[in-house]
Design a protein around this ligand. Structure first.
Ligand code: IMP
Length: 198
């Protein structure tokens, strides 16, 4: 059995290969599978967007397990925005330095207990028999008061995790993958696949 992951992002491919290595299945990116479809992520939930991507690939790759993820940052004080708009927030080409500063500014004067936020990751799976599933995993944290840390990407420098006493941009990649929304969702999907094919 082959797994195709609907992404062009090499970082995500590395993470999924590491986590799913013990399934002993071939894991291919869309490009490696020779699949080039343009997908419009126009859903209003992470689940819808992940399913839109997985279904689009599954419609042309019918003999593989197709996985697709959708993720983002929910800030409770901002009514869970940027949410599904995380990549597009303030424009796709705007730097994360600017986006992160803007979120800190929007929370100016807001007390700790109201700064709660989470990274969400939904992974959709479409199986060769047509079965569809989604898993949602989160990591809970708070919006910090300043930009801190050099690791990670996106909103990591403002995402403070109280248990670790630092932002996710101050964790190593291994530390972050063990506790992150995406790491946990990939582990859950791995167990789902193992359950179906062993
Ligand atoms: P996508 O799931 O690749 O479309 O990612 C959506 C967006 O959510 C990213 O571009 C980031 O802005 C944000 N995001 C998702 N996961 C993380 C994370 O682990 N750290 C920081 N930002 C994230």
């Amino acid at each position: 059995m082959k797994i195709i992951f609907a992404t062009g992002n090499q970082g995500k491919m590395k993470e999924i290969r590491e986590i799913m290595a013990d399934l002993n299945m071939d894991i291919l990116s869309m490009k490696e599978a020779g699949c080039d479809v343009d997908i419009d992520e126009n859903g209003t939930t992470f689940e819808e967007n992940a399913l839109i991507k997985a279904r689009a690939i599954a419609s042309v790759m019918t003999d593989a397990i197709v996985l697709a993820d959708d993720s983002g940052l929910e800030v409770d004080y901002l009514n869970k925005e940027p949410g599904v708009h995380s990549a597009r927030f303030m424009g796709e080409d705007t730097s994360y330095d600017i986006k992160n500063k803007a979120i800190i500014d929007k929370l100016e004067g807001v007390e700790d207990s109201k700064r709660t936020a989470r990274f969400v990751c939904v992974i959709a799976a479409v199986y060769p028999d047509g079965t569809e599933t989604t898993v949602r995993k989160t990591i809970e944290g708070q919006i910090g008061y300043e930009i801190k840390g050099e690791n990670g990407f996106g909103y990591d420098p403002i995402f403070y995790v109280p248990e670790f006493g630092c932002t996710t941009a101050e964790l190593t990649m291994d530390q972050k993958n063990k506790i992150s929304h995406r790491g946990k969702a990939l582990m859950a999907v791995k167990e789902e696949i193992r359950g179906k094919f062993s």
